[in-house]
Design a protein around this ligand. Structure first.
Ligand SMILES: C[S@@+](CC[C@H](N)C(=O)[O-])C[C@H]1O[C@@H](n2cnc3c(N)ncnc32)[C@H](O)[C@@H]1O
Length: 247
């Protein structure tokens, strides 16, 4: 029988704040601070204790906890950009979405967390395997990952959103035009502004209209007693995002 590898519970050490990801509730769980009994893993207790008397918080995993555990492949999309994509496209529990390329699956999994169904395309076998493992970890049953070039293989129709984080999004425009519902969105994610210019030019004569191109800058601050200033090490540029709508 194939084991369900999704994360069911998170153990957080009360002492060290170390986090453990529990996938099997019917097995005792070994930590560096002792063993947690399987019976306790299914309990509703606020704290549980290991056989060595060390305390752990037992919580249900949130998508934020799971993102920390993600197996990494190519460059992942950052939470600030995921947030903007969600808020600018109005996707919800009824939405049907295609995401490509899937890469490590960060964006696909974040979309699957709030949408009805996400289909993700990936051309590279190595990345496909990483994304499949991450899908299992999240237990994301509404995410289907397909192997192939999205520009050629996409068969979905009636979509509410297509997201493209790949080097040649202009090649996907003809298929996207057919796959999107009237009034629904295409979001293109590109690190380089020259690529963005080429993509925008590729929309000429298409039913997909450019709404805006955005680069979102996030600035973290250090707030600690008398030190109140922006953090010195910053992730300055992630990507440019084009928000488009089929009209
Ligand atoms: C930067 S990664 C995507 C990262 C992903 N958005 C995430 O958040 O984890 C780009 C991926 O697109 C894939 N790719 C490139 N061209 C593609 C195509 N035409 N169809 C499907 N996948 C493609 C690459 O193999 C790579 O895995």
């Amino acid at each position: 029988m194939v084991k369900d590898k999704s994360v069911k519970k998170i153990l957080i050490s009360a002492k060290g704040k170390k986090k453990y990801y529990v996938t099997q509730l019917n097995e005792d769980f070994i930590t560096t601070e002792g063993v947690v009994k399987s019976l306790d893993l299914s309990s509703e207790k606020e704290f549980i204790e290991t056989d060595k008397g060390n305390k752990f918080h037992l919580i249900n995993p949130s998508i934020i906890d799971l993102m920390e555990k993600l197996n990494r492949g190519p460059q992942i999309i950052q939470p600030k950009d995921i947030g903007l994509i969600m808020s600018k496209t109005g996707i919800n529990k009824n939405s049907l979405v295609v995401d490509a390329g899937v890469g490590s699956g960060t964006l696909s999994l974040a979309l699957a967390n709030i949408c009805k169904q996400v289909t993700a395309y990936e051309i590279n076998n190595k990345h496909l395997n990483i994304a499949q493992k991450n899908k299992e970890l999240f237990g994301a049953e509404n995410l289907e990952i397909k192997k192939g070039d999205v520009a050629e293989e996409m068969t979905e129709t009636n979509l509410d959103l297509i997201t493209l984080d790949l080097p040649h999004p202009w090649e996907v425009v003809p298929k996207a035009e057919l796959a999107l519902k009237l009034g629904s969105y295409l979001v293109v994610y590109l690190p380089n502004i020259l690529q963005m210019k080429k993509f925008v030019e590729s929309l000429k004569g298409s039913k997909i209209k450019l709404l805006e191109v955005i680069e979102l800058i996030e600035r973290k601050w250090k707030v600690e007693e008398r030190i109140v200033r922006p953090e010195t090490a910053e992730l300055s540029h992630t990507a440019f995002m084009a928000f488009c709508r089929k009209m």
